[in-house]
Design a protein around this ligand. Sequence first.
Ligand code: PMP
Ligand code: GLU
Length: 389
Amino acid sequence: MSLSRRAKEVSPSATLQITAAANRMVKEGKDVVAFGAGEPDFDTPEVIKQEAIKAIQSGFTKYTPTTGIVDLKDLISKKLKTENALDYPASSVVVSCGAKHSLYNIIQVLIDEGDEVLIPVPYWVSYPEMVKLAGGTPVFVQTKKENDFKIDVNALSQYLTKKTRILILNSPSNPCGVVYDRQDLEKIADFCVKNNIICISDEIYEKIVFDGFKPVSIASLNDKIKKLTVTVNGFSKSYAMTGWRLGYCVAEPEIVSAVSNLQDHSTSNPTSFVQKAAVMAFSLQDDYFNDICAKFQERRDYIIKRLDGLKEFLSYKKPDGAFYIFVNISKTGLDSFTFSKRLLEEALVAVIPGAPFGCDDYIRVSFATSMEKIKKGFDRIEEWIKKTQ
Ligand code: PMP
Ligand code: GLU
């Protein structure tokens, strides 16, 4: 049997694999502290769950329009207008089975064989694989920790070729919590407009920001960049709905129509009653988000204190958003897989190696877990690192 070239080239998701391995160890009774999770530890809000149950019981269990139900698309359109200064009609929204699905669809409809996609390093593990699955070539744009891992727009042109089609922007970012401000985005927008590059703006962590940061949607800057941008968002991180699988994108009509056609022949609509539940998600008020941000910020601040006590071995960039901290391990002399494997086996702490994010001298620590576990995990990391180094 021979697999397709695409299937042979694609790697498994390190984030999903390592999280599953750590969960397996916990099930086997091992006292693992897991810092791998890419999902909020909070439960999905009760009102959302109840709405899904109501929808199932009332028989809302059949196919819906491929791109989503009107009520939901109307609310997404309204949200984008009031929160993101983005004016899109509901007909410009495509709801899919998670932001991952939205991103996959967009890349499929925009990339031909050999087209190049600019991906800032460190990147979320799935971007390069999605590009490869579409027959494209990921082009990695290096960033520096001293520059807060932000794209240096002046250096961007060195990556341009005749085949460059897309730039993927992720703010707040996974894995290092970079939040681009308006000025940064203006420069990136100018670059895209000048070179006719499409910007995929992955805004999945927009609600999880610290110290009063307010993320800006690049498409809101001006009409020219709006025409070139596909904005992606979803319910997983903001509403602790990772398992429900619901995300969306908005873009110009030509792209929307292509994504809709692709979805027609692949998944059809996202799950009917999940869409109803998502309608209810929009009823949650600022209090809800303020509360989750405060919890994540308290954890981030605690971790930073612990890392500051281990400066001999570890350094980091303070995250301004999302729920990960990207920790530099180069002083330990270990590569990221060896570090993570040994930390798991010898100290029962699970982290994600940085290599699949493009940085082998880093590990990713997720703080989507309780303070109690964070304290326990950092006690173990401290003891292990002092003993082994
Ligand atoms: N983008 C980024 C940067 C992510 O970390 C994730 C996490 N899974 C996603 C997109 C996809 O989220 P989901 O498919 O759960 O909506
Ligand atoms: N995005 C999350 C993470 O980076 C969830 C896992 C995944 O979909 O890759 O851990």
